[in-house]
Design a protein around this ligand. Structure first.
Ligand SMILES: [Mg+2]
Ligand SMILES: [Zn+2]
Length: 186
């Protein structure tokens, strides 16, 4: 059995870039949260493979097209290049709530795709999200949910439903904690 490799699963909107209730529909609206690019750079340099698991129902709603999404992800790749970092893979759900898919979080389908893609269990893999649905999907898939207080994070914390989940101010604070080993992986 090959040892589990270092992997992190990240939600996108509200974790890496600023979220909006009106959806992130274009490159112009895609604005990194301060410190998030740096955090990804440090995590990648420390040997973590980074993947994103994101609901993008704006596709099903016709608010933007696949090429708009690709532009945003191209931009993210460009921002990460000076850090010699990259996102390994972006797993997204293009469906709407009425589509009955199994990949729209809080369903665990995206995480199942990740398990299959990397061929490893997720029990030692942190999944960083700002919404309850991120944390629930991570739990259902056997990953380790982490809450950040950017995006919808404060609302999620205030719901009182995730009291056992580690909480960080933002992705940068999470990365600093993980890389200083104060967040225990065992
Ligand atoms: Mg989010
Ligand atoms: Zn889906």
């Amino acid at each position: 059995v090959r040892p589990a490799e270092k992997l992190l699963i990240l939600d996108r909107d509200g974790v890496i870039n600023e979220d909006s209730d009106a959806y992130i529909k274009s490159l112009d609206e895609w604005q990194p949260i301060p410190g998030s690019i740096e955090a990804l750079g440090h995590l990648r340099q420390a040997g973590y493979r980074l993947c994103i698991a994101t609901n993008q129902s704006g596709l099903a709603r016709g608010l933007f097209q696949l090429q708009d999404l690709e532009q945003m992800h191209q931009h993210l790749a460009e921002l990460l290049r000076p850090w010699d970092a990259k996102i390994d893979h972006i797993f997204f759900c293009p469906h709407g709530p009425e589509d009955g898919c199994d990949c729209r979080k809080p369903k665990p389908g995206l995480f199942d795709q990740i398990k299959a893609h990397y061929g490893q269990p997720l029990d030692k893999v942190f999944a960083i999200g700002d919404s309850g649905r991120d944390l629930i999907a991570a739990r259902l898939a056997g990953a380790r949910p982490v809450l950040v207080l950017t995006g919808k994070g404060r609302k999620t914390l205030a719901s009182g439903q995730f009291l056992d989940v580690p909480v960080f101010e933002n992705l940068l604070a999470f990365s600093q904690s993980l890389l200083s080993k104060s967040l225990d992986l065992q």
